[in-house]
Design a protein around this ligand. Sequence first.
Ligand code: GDP
Ligand code: IMO
Ligand code: MG
Length: 427
Amino acid sequence: MPALVLLGAQWGDEGKGKATDLLGGSVDYVVRYQGGNNAGHTVVVGDQKYALHLLPSGILSPGCTPVIGNGVVVDPAVLLSELSGLDERGVDTSKLLISGNAHLITPYHTTLDKVSERFLGKRKIGTTGRGIGPAYADKINRVGIRVQDLFDESILRQKVEAALDYKNQVLAKLYNRRAIAIDQVVEELLGYADPLRGYVADTTLLLNNAIDQGQVVLFEGGQGTLLDVDHGTYPFVTSSNPTAGGACTGAGVGPTKINRVIGILKAYTTRVGAGPFPTELLDEDGEKLRTIGGERGVTTGRDRRCGWFDAVIARYATRVNGLTDFFLTKLDVLTGWERIPVCVAYEIDGKRVEELPYSQSDFHHAKPIYETLPGWSEDITQAKTFDELPKNAQRYVQTLEEMSGAPISAIGVGPGRDETIQINSFL
Ligand code: GDP
Ligand code: IMO
Ligand code: MG
């Protein structure tokens, strides 16, 4: 089983960090293929808790080589501070590899992210303010700066000039902001060259060779399917492709090499930032999910919006990612509800709809149609097998599996590595 993709099946924060870390001990490479430090992955190892943003979660597994692929946008200041934070805690970060083709997030991207959100006013996306959208926009617009540019001062200067000549006009004339000095940006970026030089590699060549030799490569998505710029709830999305195809373009590995695609699926639903969310709960049940589930953002500290499980979304994730398995997380959070509603379809303009509508306005109007399942009150955090779960928890999992279109191969019953029920092996 040489190549697997692990990705979020909802709007992010499904527990990808924990799932990746769990597999990290058995894989040779963990590769981030998109996104940047907008991601916030929490990994709990024993009594230690780690919050990772840009680094692949495999960095915590000693035998595993973490890779930042070409599809990622890298803020070098954040990268270095995350590395030194882990070094201080005794984590070996020396194996990290970074694609020379990955694009950089520079200070002007972060500035533009913040001012453009302010400019949108009520229509804002609610971004993480980390410069993600502007950095990807430059990449597509062919005025981006790549990691490899750090090692050639003359090219770097030309590229920063080309980008800032235009952006400074926008900053001054549209946003009424001071222009950003080209020299200052070039100098700051050049300062990252030496600390990063040793990590840069031809990651595409390396990963393809590794797969051909039968080594196990795990591609770790940031964000989730519904935040995908093509398949998500556009425009309330991130600016990259967390869906399975993104692993191919974002790491330079062909689709024929990928054997398994695992969707991380929370037993209920959360979302951070603006945009439609049919099963959102604005009542005490939503507050209870937020409190028990600890649903507060790892990156921005914002409260996550919470709602019941939505099977329409899970089915959609199965379809657009070609999911082979689900990893259902946070089942323990649902302990204590007498009855648990599950959204099985939507009502849109009086009609029952089973599949996620492609039309934005239809999705905005979608009202959830619920089926209600009986809850359980027993503590499930110690359960190690499916049979040890209370009957109603088993029924909840089986119902979700039937509705979602792919087998649930693992169940999270707590944040720790060992708080997992493994039903089918992923490897
Ligand atoms: P990610 O962005 O997908 O990696 O997810 P986050 O780390 O942002 O959010 C998931 C949160 O749930 C983290 O605090 C995890 O430690 C925690 N978590 C993951 N799996 C489980 C689980 O099965 N049960 C509980 N109670 N917490 C979990
Ligand atoms: P992980 O990897 C949840 C959301 C933001 C915003 C939208 C666009 O922890 O699952 P961006 O800064 O990317 O341009 O913001 O995407 N968002 C996330 N929501 N989890 C994440 O990452 C997210 N990364 C971005 O809140 O709505
Ligand atoms: Mg997160």
